[in-house]
Design a protein around this ligand. Structure first.
Ligand code: PXG
Length: 457
């Protein structure tokens, strides 16, 4: 197709015929057409009709420094011109991967000593599964293979990633979950807490891990994997009691702890990593997205001292990808981290724009008849849509409120996600106060409209 052949209708027609989308029903593309995004700057993107849209999701939770930063383009250009590719297989390395590993060691919690590289969060989690099982083999306990995860978790879309995830529609897509992966309940107090206090429910949810370990036998359990705050499952931040209890259980039963930082990493929660926000000491820290602010694909996996020392004693690591530690991706990630540091974006989320954003959401919970709960921390947030605030009765799929809100927002220049009956937001960390006001304004109008349709306003 000639490149000059542009225009929304033409793109949509070719797209419908030639392109199988991710996480989309092809029939929707056929009947409604795709949304073609052509440009981005700061916290906004533009579509192929020239419409300016505030991106409340930072792409897919990843464009932490905002769109269109020249520094990253310059870093990629310089690296491609000097050394466009080399790998880390068979004893090789490039200065960029070495420097990035060293910089990451300075940002991650104490005890994270070494880094492996991959190209996506899914690949990072596949890598973790292989390395965790390898760890126990080297330790002489090859039966420790099972990975325990949680319902509503998202850990990727590869075979291991989708199995680690706890989303039933993903399991249904290809007929199930890989062997030696199992799920416990996730800690969503508002829905599952019943009469328990948030704190008591946090302990109960964590103790589901202990029960599952005892059921399987600790001698068969390799690791527990969890996002510090569940992201794609609807931004579910756990009660304060949850993580300390999980940590105790993992220690007591000698189960490796995997903190999936793919969304939480690089400032999203107001610290460099979610593990710092929740005082978690993981053995594996897969990270991606904000590592390059989505400018290029790259992922890394932080390894604790005991993991890196054990793997160091076990001979050949028979694992790796052609593009593990790609020098262009590493150079871009380094430039991205430079910007996050220079502009104090982590502190900005913690002390300034995060609290500003949260206060606006709290106001909606207090005042809006459709909003029952605010969840999240830093700049990842969600609003639970409810039929009844006092009984915590949720909106149903038939109410269709979340999708209505999402569609109203898009039609009025704002991208949000609808997850079950929640509205999810994860804007760029550079979003300004004026842009937060714009976001809240459109979102409030969308909520009003949905509430009117349900007869609640
Ligand atoms: N772990 C977590 C916690 C994630 O959020 C992945 C792993 C996989 O990363 P890759 O790079 O392989 O996509 C993710 C990705 C959504 C949505 O619907 C979320 C993600 C990806 C696509 C859609 O919110 N998260």
């Amino acid at each position: 197709m000639p490149r000059s052949n542009t225009g929304t209708a033409t793109w949509q027609a070719i797209d419908a015929r030639r392109h199988l989308h991710s996480f989309t029903d092809p029939k929707v593309i056929e009947t409604q057409g795709s949304r073609i995004i052509v440009r981005g700057e700061g916290s906004h993107v533009w579509d192929s009709d020239g419409r300016k849209i505030l991106d409340g999701m930072a792409g897919l939770w990843c464009v932490n420094i905002g769109y269109g930063r020249r520094e990253l383009a310059d870093a990629a250009h310089a690296q491609m011109t000097n050394l466009s590719y080399y790998n880390n297989h068979f004893q090789s390395a490039t200065p960029q991967m070495i420097e990035l590993a060293d910089v990451l060691a300075g940002l991650t919690p104490d005890g994270i000593e070494q880094f492996a590289f991959a190209n996506s969060g899914s690949e990072a989690n596949d890598t973790v599964v292989r390395l965790a099982r390898r760890y126990w083999q080297i330790k002489g306990q090859p039966a420790k293979r099972t990975i325990i995860s949680r319902t509503m978790a998202y850990h990727g879309s590869t075979l291991a990633g989708s199995s680690l995830g706890g989303l039933s529609h993903m399991h249904a897509m290809d007929g199930g979950v890989l062997p030696d992966i199992t799920h416990i309940e996730h800690p969503h107090w508002y829905v599952y807490g019943g009469e328990l206090s948030r704190e008591d429910f946090g302990l109960k949810a964590a103790r589901a891990l202990e029960a599952r370990i005892l059921e399987l036998g600790a001698e068969n359990v390799a690791a527990f994997i969890a996002e510090p705050v569940q992201g794609a499952g609807g931004v579910i931040d756990p009660p304060a009691t949850y993580w300390p209890e999980i940590q105790r259980i993992c220690q007591q039963y000698d189960v490796l702890l995997i903190a999936d930082e793919v969304i939480c990493g690089f400032g999203r929660t107001g610290q460099w990593f979610g593990s710092q926000t929740y005082d978690i000491a993981p053995d594996f820290m897969p990270m991606a997205k904000g590592l390059s602010s989505g400018y290029v694909p790259i992922a890394a996996i932080g390894l604790s001292r005991r993991v890196s020392e054990t793997l160091g004693q076990g001979g050949l690591i028979a694992h790796g990808y052609t593009y593990s530690g790609h020098p262009v991706a590493c150079a871009v990630a380094l430039a991205n981290i430079e910007i996050i540091k220079a502009e104090g974006l982590v502190e900005r989320v913690r002390d300034d724009i995060g609290p500003y954003f949260t206060a606006k959401f709290d106001k909606l919970v207090a005042e809006h008849p459709l909003v029952g709960e605010r969840r999240g921390v830093g700049l990842m947030a969600s609003l639970q849509l409810v039929r009844d605030k006092t009984t915590r009765e949720l909106c149903t799929m038939e109410d269709n409120a979340a999708i209505q809100v999402r569609e109203f927002c898009y039609a009025n220049g704002l991208i949000v996600r609808a997850v079950m009956q929640s509205i999810v937001l994860s804007p760029p960390l550079v979003i300004t106060r004026d842009e937060v006001d714009e976001l809240i304004n459109i979102l409030t109008r969308a909520l009003d409209e949905a509430a009117r349709k349900l007869g609640k306003l």
